[in-house]
Design a protein around this ligand. Structure first.
Ligand code: ZN
Length: 133
């Protein structure tokens, strides 16, 4: 694995998510009306239809919901093998991120993990959330 990850596309809805790593925060969109967490971010809460959505910091802990090990080099920036995983955050059942698991030779479903941040290549101030045991 390289120490710089391909830069994400930043939009108004995703900016807080990609920039939170600068201050060590994993920021997830949350409905200010019904307090439901949403990821990926949406313009409207699917639960109560409120448009009052704001990013809030989560604890950064969760469990591996599903994973696969990629062994093909799709891009020069990501050297295989690496683990692509869905991590379910502790804040809410079903609140899951597509991410990578790092610093771990044997990943398992249900394994507790914690967020870490890796810098995005060529985009200062942008951090990619990954998870480690
Ligand atoms: Zn809501």
């Amino acid at each position: 694995m390289t120490d710089k990850r391909p830069a994400p596309v930043i939009t108004e809805l995703t900016e807080a998510f990609w920039r939170g790593g600068a201050v060590g925060e994993l920021r997830v969109q949350r409905c200010q009306n019904c307090r439901w967490w949403l990821h990926p971010p949406l313009p409207m809460c699917p639960r109560c239809r409120s448009r009052e959505l704001e990013p809030e910091a989560v604890a950064g802990t969760g469990t591996v919901y599903s994973f696969t090990v990629n062994r093909y080099q799709w891009t020069p920036a990501l050297v295989p093998p690496y683990t692509v995983a869905e991590v379910e955050l502790d804040e809410q059942p079903g609140l899951r991120l597509l991410t990578s698991i790092v610093g771990c030779a044997e990943v398992a479903i249900g394994m507790p993990v914690r967020v870490k941040f890796e810098p995005a290549d060529g985009t200062p101030g942008t951090w990619v959330p990954v998870f480690a045991p």
